[in-house]
Design a protein around this ligand. Structure first.
Ligand code: 13P
Length: 249
């Protein structure tokens, strides 16, 4: 079923002390919307974050994982390790992972398979670069990112996937896609899903928008019919801003 979700991607921010205090502050906030709330702290703080949100309406999710079950992959974290501390959702394919850590459609397809094999939910990110949009190629780029990493899956698998459209040019730049640009792309994403998996899979898919979502623009972006929530970077590091976005629905 389609849901409203607001997920905070903390990226490489917040040590243990800051994680503790931000979570303590988040727990004081009142949720007045129906959005599911998620936060994605760094690996070192996942266990603490998980423990301290146990009785609370906040899901702690991971920012990444490796596709292998275990082995000689120094510095990596497996799905099994995440599951062993209670983490049930993982963000995969963030543009920063693609750009700085050589993640490809092919490696992401493997990560998606591994996560699903571990009964995890995947927040799968994709989005075009500024040069793609300037050349009018944004739909072709997004279509190929989705097809290459996800179209080997059976329809049923999509119940465990959330899509996050994050145009690279809008991430951390303060320049957000206009609500119309977000809506157009989200409708295109749904059409792409429908062409392979049919109406129900497409209509049930939760599609988040990410890229400079702030308290002052969230309401308008979330008012679009095909935008089901947001993946929030910078603004998720401030409890007031984050909950203003959560409550923008
Ligand atoms: P900003 O909200 O800082 O632009 O980051 C968006 C993002 O990359 C979330 O994953």
């Amino acid at each position: 079923m389609r849901k409203h979700i607001v997920a905070g991607n903390w990226k490489m921010n917040n040590g243990l002390i800051q994680t503790e205090s931000l979570i303590a502050e988040l727990k004081t906030k009142q949720k007045t919307s129906d959005a599911e709330v998620m936060i994605a702290p760094s690996f070192t703080n996942l266990w603490h974050a998980f423990e301290s949100t146990r009785q609370h309406d906040i899901e702690v999710v991971a920012q990444n994982m490796h596709f292998s079950e275990k082995g000689a992959y120094t510095g990596e974290v497996s799905a099994g390790m995440l599951k062993s501390i209670g983490i049930k959702t993982v963000i995969l394919g963030h543009s920063e992972r693609r750009a700085y850590f050589n993640e490809t459609d092919e490696s992401l397809a493997k990560k998606v398979d591994t996560a699903l094999a571990h009964d995890m939910r995947v927040i799968f990110c994709f989005g075009e670069e500024l040069s793609d949009r300037k050349a009018g190629n944004e739909e072709a780029v997004v279509e190929s990112q989705i097809k290459n990493a996800l179209f080997h899956l059976e329809a049923d698998a999509f119940k465990h996937i959330v899509l996050a459209y994050e145009p690279v040019w809008a991430i951390g730049t303060g320049e957000t896609a206009s609500p119309e640009q977000a809506q157009d792309m989200h409708a295109f994403i749904r059409k792409t899903l429908e062409s392979k998996y049919g109406h129900t899979v497409a209509d049930d898919m939760t599609i988040l928008y990410g890229g400079s979502v702030k308290p002052n623009n969230a309401k308008e972006i979330f008012s679009k019919p095909d935008v089901d929530g947001g993946l929030i970077g910078g603004a998720s590091l401030k409890a007031d801003d984050f909950y203003a976005i959560v409550n923008a629905f």
